[in-house]
Design a protein around this ligand. Structure first.
Ligand code: DGL
Length: 299
């Protein structure tokens, strides 16, 4: 059973929020969902499928994506700006639908910033719920993890996997070009094949016993069809969205005080730091529904 979880946007609701007993009428608010760009939409999509009744506020920092090759300090600074923005929009719960931000910024934000900003708000990441779903999947105990250079360099996946699954053999591979391919709408074009095959060949050459490949980046599900065409049927691809969605649902069940702070009118707003037209076009394709994004400035 997954035990973790996530967040997003806002409608006013004249109901007192159980987390904030001291305030007379705290507003219920959407669950915030943050990613460096479009990748978090793959998580949002699964969350909305599982929990359509909630409101969501998605923020993509497209103007500064990709985060994957940026330093710890910069990823932390950008992520904190986004979290503050979503809190200022009223969100009580924010999900970092980004592995790079989860790997490089989540712990510091949870431990250092949240107590000062608002100790009753919550920020949740995507790595732990993903890792919790691995043990039931692999038969060989040999696991491959694909991610951005930042996520891979952080060592977060091997560390978290070995905490839950000490006997696992974990092999990692950084795929620096995969996020740019998605951000630029090239993920389903022939040019993407070269980079997809290159990194699959590399990780499978490092360990021929891998039977489970974890997509440790929320952008990567967009490349899943291409990946499947280069992988034998015996290798399973672990995509995060469903596991994150189930973890969030479980988290809200276990935290009714937070659930009471989440508005439930089935709305979804989209914010981007880049062109709202470009975001709306891309997001409409990702989500298979019309999207009308608003531009915001972070920093
Ligand atoms: N979707 C982000 C992740 O899961 C991509 C990071 C990036 O912007 O490079 O890591």
């Amino acid at each position: 059973m997954v035990k973790f979880f996530i967040l997003l946007p806002c409608t006013f609701h004249p109901v007192s929020c159980a987390l904030h007993k001291q305030s007379v009428m705290t507003k219920q608010a959407p669950i915030g969902v943050f990613d460096s760009g479009y990748g978090g939409l793959t998580i949002l999509d699964k969350i909305r499928e599982l929990m359509p009744e909630y409101d969501y506020l998605y923020l993509g920092d497209n103007a500064r994506a990709p985060y994957g090759s940026r330093s710890f300090e910069v990823v932390y600074e950008f992520t904190l700006q986004a979290v503050r923005y979503l809190f200022n929009e009223g969100c009580h719960l924010v999900i970092l639908a980004c592995n790079t931000a989860s790997a490089k910024a989540l712990r510091t934000i949870q431990q250092r910033d949240l107590p000062q900003i608002n100790p009753e708000n919550r920020v949740l990441g995507v790595i732990r719920p993903t890792v919790e779903s691995i043990p039931g999947l692999t038969k060989t105990n040999h696991i491959g993890v694909l991610g951005t250079p930042g996520t891979i360099a952080s060592g977060s996946y091997p560390i978290e996997i070995h905490k839950l699954f000490p006997q696992a053999v974990v092999t990692v591979e950084a795929c620096p070009m995969w996020v740019p391919l998605v951000e630029n709408g090239e993920y389903d074009k022939p040019g993407a094949d070269y980079f997809v095959k290159k990194h699959l060949d590399r990780i499978l050459n490092k360990d021929v016993h891998i039977d489970t490949l974890v997509l440790g980046c929320t952008h990567y599900p967009l490349l899943e069809d291409k990946m499947k065409s280069y992988l034998p049927d015996s290798i399973r691809i672990l995509s995060q969205g469903q596991h994150v969605a189930e973890s969030l649902k479980d988290y809200l069940r276990r935290h009714p005080e937070m659930d009471a702070c989440c508005s439930k009118k089935t709305s979804c707003r989209f914010l981007t730091t880049e062109s709202p037209e470009k975001f709306s076009d891309m997001a409409s394709v990702f989500l298979n529904e019309p999207v009308d994004a608003e531009r915001i400035i972070l920093g």
